[in-house]
Design a protein around this ligand. Structure first.
Ligand SMILES: [Zn+2]
Length: 266
């Protein structure tokens, strides 16, 4: 079985056929899906989805692109949302200097505060990093999560191996998405080939980042199998073995996720 540890299944691009998307995920052996929130309003939507679907789990937090109006009281709201039994992480949080929707200092404040909250709640974090590796690594190193047993994941990893190595040293996992399958992604494949197997997670980031086989289309959780297949080839493993390893990794980081109220066939 596979776990898609990062999918925006709540987006309206899934409104027409969400049940069918989840059926295709099940048919592709994707048995758990973690849906991260982007802002406070979205936290409630993501939790509603987790209430509705047994295989859906959630992360709650404020994405860097949603931090422009950040107030410290938002932390209390995230804390309340995090009490939901299907919340497995704080996320997605991080820094985004590409879109630059929010001043850097505000992004830093929101990230640092949410890292501390995660440490307090003993939850791992899902980290978004776009063109901000240096500051992301610094803030992680300064946070109480650094060196903890299950600090979190660098989601949709797409940068150089020095960044992965620094994060691995702090105990972080590395999430790999569809771009690892892209024709011109030899550099990323070289990085992924060197990652320790016990720290790799497979993600879609759907509806974004559809793998090469579906490029240009809407991505969906079933396609995480293409990501797993590519990583398996890089490490000389069967897809089944890679699936077993990454699922074990996801459960070590996020917990067993075995408490679905219905349809739990384990
Ligand atoms: Zn995302």
């Amino acid at each position: 079985m596979l776990i898609d540890t990062h999918c925006h299944l709540d987006f309206d691009r899934f409104d027409e056929d969400r049940d069918a998307v989840l059926q295709r995920a099940t048919a592709a052996s994707v048995e758990r899906i973690i849906v991260p929130a982007l802002d406070l309003e979205n936290c409630a939507q993501v939790l509603a989805l987790a209430d509705h679907y047994a295989e859906v789990y959630a992360a709650v937090g404020v994405h860097p692109n949603s931090t422009v109006m950040w107030e410290s009281t938002w932390l209390d709201s995230v804390r309340l949302f995090a009490a939901h039994p299907k919340v497995v992480a704080v996320g997605e949080i991080g820094l985004d200097y590409y879109w630059d929707d929010s001043p850097k200092e505000v992004q830093h404040e929101a990230l640092a505060a949410q890292l501390e909250l995660a440490a307090e709640l003993e939850l791992p974090v899902i980290i978004h990093n776009r063109d901000a590796s240096e500051d992301v690594l610094r803030l992680l190193a300064e946070s109480p999560l650094a060196g903890r047993e299950r600090p979190g994941v660098l989601h949709s990893f797409s940068t150089e191996s020095a960044v992965a190595e620094a994060a691995l040293k702090m105990g972080f996992y590395i999430g790999i998405t569809g771009p690892v399958t892209f024709k011109k992604a030899d550099d990323l494949r070289a990085v992924v080939a060197k990652l320790p197997l016990d720290r790799i997670l497979v993600e879609t980031d759907a509806p974004f980042l559809a793998p090469q086989q579906r490029r240009g289309k809407r991505n969906e959780p079933a396609y995480v199998a293409y990501v797993a297949e590519q990583i398996a080839a890089l490490h000389g493993l069967s897809s089944e073995e890679l699936a077993r390893i990454t699922t074990r990794n996801a459960r070590r980081l996020f917990g067993s996720m075995a408490t679905g109220e219905e349809g739990d066939n384990e």
